[in-house]
Design a protein around this ligand. Sequence first.
Ligand code: 5CA
Ligand code: ZN
Length: 398
Amino acid sequence: MPKSLRLYDTASAEMVATEPDQATARMYVCGITPYDATHLGHANTYVAFDLANRVWRDLGLDVNYTQNVTDVDDPLLERAEATGQGWEELAESQIELFRSDMTDLRVIPPENYVGAVETIACVVEIIEQLLPSGLVYQVEDDEHPDWYFNSVNATGFGGVSNLDAEQMLSVFAENGGDPERPGKRHPLDSLLWQFAREGEPSWSSPLGEGRPGWHIECVAISLKYLGTHFDVQGGGSDLAFPHHEMCAAQAITASREPMAKAFVHSGMVALDGEKMSKSKGNLELVSRLRHAGADPMAVRLALLDNHYRSDWEWNASLLSRAEKRLELWRSVRNNGTALPAAGLIDQMRTALRDDLDSPSALQSVDAWVAGSLAIDSDDTGAIADMVTAVDALLGIKL
Ligand code: 5CA
Ligand code: ZN
């Protein structure tokens, strides 16, 4: 059995063994922008990184898991404006819903769950640390001389996503960038600090009255809570570029150390042929399924039946398949007969340590359950061991 967790690193395009320092694994996973309810795409991403957390814990490591919440940003302000709610009130209600959805899905909460708003002083400090690099400038705009970072000239830029300039430009605008902003030195330069616009929240700082750009938020929070060169920077594959590319460039410029040892990305969940997204509205919500009577453990099992790196499409039959599977697994608990559990537990550990191969782990449990239902024994110890391992490793409570 492998002695460490191996994960696919987007930056090196290789499988890498995670080797945490001092018995603590350090992981940052990009959190939600809280303007709408948790959909199954988000859930899939947080369940994926929850598996990494569980594998490390099973290996006897402590885990410093840090996650941000982008509690001030354009989509949140736009939605608040459109619905006539206060932006803080909207964020607070969606954060609460997200946390209860994560609890339902038995995602172990991060050690540090940190908002952008509470980190503003730290963001300003990091931008000030970037100033001597010569890569920071203000656009020529009398009213809004926003601060930008000349990303393309930063050390290692391009090394996370491995995209060429043309590919970068084509995804930049789609994923939150502003290539057309007049006055930028390069279309791919990223916003660090945005001057206050009419009617928007802002904070006073030596940089001017304004609010943070997106990437620097994750740089500031990860540096503060995890330091440099931490084990895993994670999120959905839509964040590889520009978000994680820009974060890595800003972090290395500010700290002179690489941001993370591995950049790990989960696949995209689709609905109706397109990536599930709050902005398009093609969503299936964890909370809606729950209210319709779905067992959250079946929802989690349906997610785990896909490898975390694959892109896949949600449909209701995946849930009914998972419900049947859950019922069968639970029937062993009541049945009272079981095969020895040690082999099964080894198989689950091996599968999960190998780039979180949850579909294989689930198949091992299926085979053990089928075998256990077919024999006649009263090995209740094995049943208890299996129930504990399925809970600890897969987060499925039987
Ligand atoms: N607040 C930023 C990250 S700093 C953000 O991207 N927020 S989000 O609410 O848009 O997305 C939260 C997380 O869910 C991100 O890791 C994103 O990659 C992931 N995600 C969003 N849509 C999907 C999807 N359809 N399938 C899988 N993961 C998704
Ligand atoms: Zn982020």
